[in-house]
Write a protein that binds this ligand. Structure first.
Ligand SMILES: Cc1cc2nc3c(=O)[nH]c(=O)nc-3n(C[C@H](O)[C@H](O)[C@H](O)COP(=O)(O)O)c2cc1C
Length: 362
């Protein structure tokens, strides 16, 4: 299935495994997807620069094929806007239940500049990002290092901003998607556009290749995305339960046992809207006045870590898209191969956007 995205990224199949910060995207998972002909992505947003360098070396020891590193574009934030005692009070009952003390000094976020320096130094083949558009100086450095760039958009306006910044491709993230909303222009509620509505509108509005994301789990999803004008797909939840995924075992079990009725978009864990499985934490914190990202994220970090250690999924962030019933605990290569095999049987080559007149359907 050759498309503009396979040509741009130098891969065989138009299937990208989403960068998933927080542990799922082990070097083994990334390499397995790339080896299978897709594009594996290291979700590196929460990693130190040193850890990113180590992971990149591990990926390279496992595969010679292209892969991506994904980071969060930083937004300005001011922790002094929030009262730490008030945030602590809203979380005290969870710490008590888990038997942990409130942390002292908090570290809010890794330095994006330092993380990016590793991407540049290592000449990582593909750099993808979410939450905004990097500064021009960073984009110039990426271009200079020959790194292919992929941005994230949840609206047409954002996709156009990504294209205008000179990014090579854009992921159109529909509201079905698991994990954080990439919305960076306007309130996140206005960026909750379903994949089916978002993808063809983005495909009409931009000239760069488009990856569809959100609720795509198999060959039917890939075929649908191509029919909507996408050049490929980015899938997250579909890879979460793979044996190569570093997701916590309790988290994998939760995704494999979940239904489409059980996800919610919550700010309770990180301060930024993200879709995940409902649990006691999301339900009890619903409507609570939480701090913004990354302040809330820093304040809940110890709770999430202690919950994972104690196998208490009710206090863990269980990011998942809206199609968890379609997640399967099979090797990542099988997810890629089956997705492509089924889609190939469904898509008539002539239907692909490559062969259509740009802007048709407007
Ligand atoms: C566990 C998890 C973590 C995620 N972390 C990131 C991330 O670090 N960076 C990013 O750009 N997108 C992240 N996403 C969003 C994905 O890029 C993608 O939009 C989403 O997985 C697509 O929807 P799906 O999960 O239904 O396939 C994450 C998604 C999940 C499920």
């Amino acid at each position: 299935m050759e498309t503009r995205i396979t040509r741009l990224l130098g891969i065989e199949h138009p299937v990208v495994q989403a960068g998933m910060a927080g542990g799922p995207t082990t070097p083994r998972l990334v390499a397995a997807v790339s080896e299978a002909g897709g594009l594996g992505t290291l979700g590196a947003a929460y990693m130190t620069p040193g850890a990113i360098g180590t992971a990149v070396a591990e990926i390279r020891a496992l595969t010679q094929k292209p892969f991506a590193v994904n980071l969060f574009v930083p937004e300005p934030f001011d922790p002094s806007l929030y009262d730490p005692e008030e945030i602590g009070a809203s979380l005290a009952a969870y710490r008590e239940e888990l038997g942990i003390e409130a942390p002292g000094e908090l570290s809010y976020a890794q330095s994006f500049e330092d993380q990016l320096a590793v991407v540049l130094q290592e000449r990582v083949p593909v750099f993808s990002f979410t939450f905004g558009v990097p500064e021009e100086e960073h984009l110039n450095a990426l271009r200079g290092a020959g790194v292919v760039t992929v941005g994230t958009a949840t609206t047409v306006r954002e996709a156009v901003a990504v294209e205008e910044a000179g990014i090579d491709a854009v992921t159109a993230q529909g509201s079905e998607a698991g994990g954080h909303r990439g919305t960076f222009l306007g309130p996140h509620e206005e960026g909750l556009v379903g994949t089916m509505a978002l993808v063809p509108q983005v495909a009409n509005a931009v000239g760069i290749p488009v990856l569809a994301a959100g609720g795509i789990m198999d060959g039917r999803g890939l075929a649908a995305a191509l029919a909507l004008g996408a050049d490929g797909v980015q899938m997250g939840t579909a890879f979460l339960a793979c044996p190569e995924s570093g997701a916590h075992e309790g988290y994998k079990r939760a995704v494999l046992g979940a239904t489409e009725e059980e996800t919610t978009v919550t700010r309770a864990f990180s301060g930024k809207a993200a879709r995940g499985l409902k649990n006691r934490f999301t339900e009890e914190m619903e409507g609570a006045d939480v701090a913004g990202y990354p302040v809330q994220n820093a304040h809940t970090r110890d709770i999430r870590a202690a919950a994972a250690k104690a196998d208490r999924t009710e206090f863990m962030s269980l990011w998942s898209g809206q199609a968890p019933r379609l997640a399967r605990p099979v090797p990542a290569a099988e997810v890629v191969e089956r997705t492509v095999a089924v889609a190939s049987g469904l898509v008539r080559p002539g239907l692909r956007r490559d062969d259509e007149e740009k802007g048709s359907g407007e």
